[in-house]
Design a protein around this ligand. Structure first.
Ligand code: KIV
Ligand code: ZN
Length: 506
């Protein structure tokens, strides 16, 4: 048995099914590029039939990515498979991923199909997909709650029809590691032709067992592991990529498996996904949480100072956390700044470097030491890739504990200045109301988060918001040493996202 495992990342498909998450095309491409740098083998870029936006995003990812297979999900229906093919056909390595449920409960209540009808559909739809591409993945949805004897038949049918990867999803996160390991073992031992195909697992995390089930499947023969960055996904999410990889790397004694992931890209991937989806990583999250490498108690600190391995089972550097943060200041030149960007793994155009350097200089004037985190915060404007229809020119706020807060905002759109004033329940509410007057539509603010990027009174404030407009969610992001300015930038950023969608419907 080979010990090479493939990583199938579904952050852009199952991960995007996280409640409240909606990524635009440029953001999906930005995440896909980072997944390519991270070294994933297969990127599931979306569910092409789901919407025009999904279709376009999968197509854009397929046309961009060169070093990973790009897959689109499709139900076992001709129209879904047509859309999946149309979206991935230009990929360097395209895959159609088709699925149908095989559990009694899904077949009876959802599909209203008999076992024989499901087997026939599997045969027909894999044959249909094979007319388009050679690389076809078949998933038996709700496999872990399916009758194993029927499941074996379904997989045999799929192999006969030409599927090249068979996926065993624990769709509702119901399985336990022992049980799931045995299910995979049963499939490996009983399905005729299984040695000809890749065997994948896709574990949801409803009982917090997604990663444990994935590892149990791996030791029983699965060689494609499906996962997402930060464990995003439907309900409680999917198995987290970073946890699977660092378990294999750290416990190589138990899991002697080889993969292509560059673990030093894990933090960067996690940060990017968290910023673009607006879903914060909990501080105590394994591997990528803010506290994952922090030692709080005196005993622990003492131990780590004496010998790191007393309390550290993996190094912060191995996941991409830089211990020696090179500090830049107001005397640092363009050369040192470009070198820092390169070291951080960013490849920017000359124009982007110039713009970011200008922002860096402005920040360095206000803040003595500019750290990696500050530069990352400045760069998020670059990855917040929404068209800037509205930009801020200036703002003025009057506020006080015995005053009604009033904000006057000047925004620019198409070289025109738009000035509006509004009152509100505090300075930020007043500013948001004034922005809504400028852009001409209202949104409801669902979430507002403010964090200091680094320590110190002069730290950059980073504001992340989530707004709702016509049943859809949009994120907004802004940074500044002034938290009111950061909030205004975040609201304008979210307004631009809404504007883009509204104007595309006109
Ligand atoms: O959870 C699941 O079963 C899925 C399939 C479509 C693979 O996401
Ligand atoms: Zn899933």
């Amino acid at each position: 048995m080979s010990n090479k495992i493939k990583i199938f990342d579904t952050t852009l498909r199952d991960g995007e099914q996280t409640p409240g998450v909606s990524l635009n095309i440029k953001e999906k491409v930005a995440i896909a590029k980072q997944l390519e740098i991270l070294g994933v083998d297969i990127i599931e870029a979306g569910f092409s039939i789901a919407s025009e936006g999904d279709f376009k995003a999968v197509k854009a990812v397929a046309e961009t990515i060169k070093n990973a297979t790009v897959a689109s999900l499709a139900r076992a229906l001709e129209k879904d498979i047509d859309a999946a093919y149309e979206s991935v056909k230009k990929a360097a390595s395209p895959r159609i991923h088709t699925f149908i449920a095989t559990s009694d409960i899904h077949m009876k209540y959802k599909l209203r199909m008999s076992e024989d009808e499901v087997l026939e559909r599997i045969k027909q739809m894999i044959n249909y997909s094979k007319k388009y591409v050679s690389d076809v993945q078949f998933s038996a949805e709700d496999a872990s709650r399916s009758n194993p004897i029927f499941l074996y038949k379904a997989y045999e049918e799929a192999i006969k029809a030409g599927a090249t990867t068979l996926n065993i999803p624990d769709t509702v996160g119901y399985a336990t590691p022992e049980e799931f390991g045995l299910l995979v073992k049963g499939i490996m031992n009983n399905v005729t032709g299984i040695e000809k195909v890749d065997v994948a697992v896709h574990c949801h995390n409803d009982l917090g067992l997604g990663v444990a089930n994935t590892l149990a499947a791996m030791v029983n023969g699965a060689n494609q592991l499906e996962c997402t960055i930060n464990g995003l996904g439907e309900r409680a999410g999917n198995a987290a990529l970073e946890e699977i990889i660092m378990t294999v790397n750290t416990r190589y004694d138990l899991y002697p498996y080889i993969h292509n992931i560059n673990s030093k890209q894990l933090i960067k991937s996690s940060n990017l996904v968290s910023k673009l989806t607006g879903i914060n990583v909990q501080p105590n999250k394994a591997i990528v949480g803010k506290n994952a490498f922090a030692h709080e108690s005196g005993i622990h600190q003492h131990g780590v100072l004496a010998e790191k391995s007393t309390y550290e089972i993996m190094t912060p550097e191995s996941v991409g956390l830089s211990q020696n943060d090179m500090v830049l200041g107001k005397h640092s030149g363009r050369h040192a700044f470009s070198a820092k960007l390169k070291e951080m793994g960013y490849t920017l155009t000359k124009k982007e470097i110039d713009e970011t350097f200008k922002k860096f200089k402005e920040l360095a004037d206000k803040k003595k030491q500019v750290l990696t985190k500050d530069i990352e915060a400045l760069l998020t404007d670059k990855i917040y890739t929404v068209e800037q229809a509205y930009t801020m020119d200036s703002f003025q706020i009057n506020t006080g504990n015995k005053l009604i807060s009033t904000a006057t905002l000047r925004l620019i759109k198409d070289d025109q200045v738009i000035t509006e004033a509004a009152t509100g329940d505090g300075p930020i509410d007043a500013a948001f109301n004034a922005i809504e007057r400028c852009v001409g539509f209202t949104m409801s603010l669902e979430e507002y988060k403010i964090t200091a990027v680094t320590g110190g009174k002069d730290a950059l404030g980073e504001v992340n918001i989530r707004v709702k407009k016509d049943d859809a969610y949009y994120v907004g992001h802004g940074v500044s040493t002034d938290i009111i300015e950061a909030s205004i930038k975040a609201y304008i950023n979210a307004s631009n996202r809404v504007y883009q969608v509204l104007s595309s419907k006109e």
